[in-house]
Design a protein around this ligand. Structure first.
Ligand code: AMP
Ligand code: MG
Length: 454
């Protein structure tokens, strides 16, 4: 693992006092490493987990040519552009019950959706397009005829090909795939019951600040209830991380040290909020510096700006008097390597925004996930937006459909970095990029939607 100085030296123009949002992501991408341990889990347990190996298809799906419609299968080479076709119906093929006889020119087999295509047949006409006619009144059951009108089907229509979904021996899912409901179904369609998935990432988090009240404490002058632990809990849980909630930690050296030591010995990453601003008159920054290799950044962004990033090396912590408390927590103790530290600002909106912009992509990389940033949508701004070039701004947005069906977005109003209700009202973040300036009504802006992320 590289030191922060080594990474800084690799990045041209690295300035911890004025980092662009892109530079932050580039830095973090170099800092974090994916987990490698994996376990085998049943499909029902695999939702949201990250695939540890490529899944190679052991079979072809579908395993045979079959009908995509309820209708009549026949040899489509008999079709003539301007003439209808009359065919004798020999029998019926059901899904799971094939037709075994042979079929000649002028003949067809009634097929249900999913039925194996009878040998030599390549085309299906949907049943609603044909007219039925009995050969004669006395023999209607056994020998009936269908007439296909001219021009209604082409050779090869409504036939699903063997292996058109997946071909035997081909990669069905690559390692690093986040297993979605569709991926679970795909794995099951191959007859596979268990999959190797990377171990879940363990993330410890706590809030800092003497003015922060835990739930259950009575209100007091100048104090605010802790909200960051709950948003961070929600964000981490949605990502599929295993969480270790360490509560609110007072601004007191021994308490802070105990929290950092315990967190680093148990977790892959630590997320704190508060106490990293410039001129912050507390012990949080000092303790981070003392225990780890930590950089304190000022990011050219709004909201956000201050953020601490680093790693806490575990070999230095084993002798700490607080190590024993970590051992009694029930979590296995990690002896080697380091825990990645994300010291987020204190303001509740800034916490969520820095998490979404920087922490989430870094954690996904640590989870071994190939998923890159979700695509940004483009929407027309319904209002003018003030914006200075030279920093990235994330405004809380409400995206909706304009009358013409296109996307439009307005802000939630007050964009204060403490106004958490704006995050509740919003369904996405308007991302005003580093170099971007003022936005006029009707201008197109990028939006990071919350759906699937939060
Ligand atoms: P700081 O970054 O510590 O200077 O905090 C910035 C602002 O965020 C202050 O108004 C804090 O009271 C507030 N704040 C910090 N931590 C939390 C928290 N866990 N929950 C709610 N507000 C917080
Ligand atoms: Mg503070």
């Amino acid at each position: 693992m590289k030191t922060l100085d080594q990474i800084a030296a690799e990045l041209a123009g690295y300035d911890p006092q004025a980092l662009s949002a892109d530079a932050v992501n580039a830095f973090l991408a170099r800092l974090v490493e994916p987990v490698t341990d994996f376990e085998h889990v049943g499909i029902f347990q695999a939702l949201g987990r990250v695939l540890a190996v490529d899944v190679i298809s052991p079979i072809s799906v579908p395993p045979h040519d079959n009908s995509a419609m309820d209708g009549y299968a026949f040899d489509g080479s008999q079709l003539n552009m301007d003439k209808g076709l009359r065919l004798k119906v020999l029998g019926t093929a059901l899904a799971g019950k094939a037709w075994s006889g042979s079929v000649q020119s002028g003949e067809c087999v009634k097929v249900m959706t999913g039925a194996v295509m009878p040998p030599g047949l390549n085309t299906v006409v949907p049943q609603e397009f044909v007219t039925l006619a009995a050969s004669n009144a006395s023999n209607a059951e056994t020998a009936s005829y269908v007439t296909i009108p001219a021009g209604i089907v082409r050779l090869g229509d409504n036939r699903r090909h063997l292996g058109e979904d997946l071909m035997q021996g081909q990669p069905a899912l690559p390692n690093g795939e986040l297993l979605t409901p569709a991926a679970l179904g795909l794995v099951a369609s191959l007859g596979i019951k268990t999959v190797p998935v990377l171990r879940r990432l363990k993330v410890a988090y706590f809030s800092t600040g003497n003015e922060i009240l835990s739930l259950g404490e009575p209100p007091r002058e100048g104090a605010v209830y802790d909200s960051n632990r709950y948003t961070v809990f929600g964000l981490l849980t949605r990502l599929g991380c295993e969480v270790i909630d360490m509560g609110v930690v007072r601004d007191e050296p021994a308490e802070l040290q105990a929290a950092f030591v315990q967190a680093a010995l148990q977790a892959d990453a630590i997320i704190t909020s508060g106490g990293v601003s410039v001129g912050e008159a507390d012990y949080t920054k000092a303790m981070m510096k003392q225990l780890g290799d930590v950089a304190f950044w000022r990011i050219a962004m709004r909201p956000g700006r201050p953020m601490a990033v680093g790693q806490i090396f575990r070999d230095k912590l084993a002798s700490s008097p607080f190590a024993a408390r970590a051992s009694s927590s029930g979590n296995p103790i990690k002896q080697e390597g380091s825990a990645i530290l994300f010291g987020l600002p204190g303001n509740p909106v800034a916490v969520m925004v820095t998490f979404l912009a920087f922490v989430r992509p870094a954690l996904l990389q640590m989870m071994g996930c190939r998923t890159s940033a979700p695509p940004l949508l483009q929407a027309k701004s319904q209002e003018p937006l003030r914006k200075k070039p030279g920093r990235t701004e994330y405004q809380r947005g409400i995206v909706s459909n304009a009358p013409d069906g296109s996307l439009q977005v307005k802000t939630t109003g007050n964009q204060g970095s403490g106004v958490l209700s704006s995050m509740v009202q919003a369904n996405g973040l308007i991302v005003l990029h580093h170099a971007q300036g003022q936005v006029a009504i009707g201008d197109t802006v990028d939006v990071m939607m919350f759906d699937g992320v939060i």
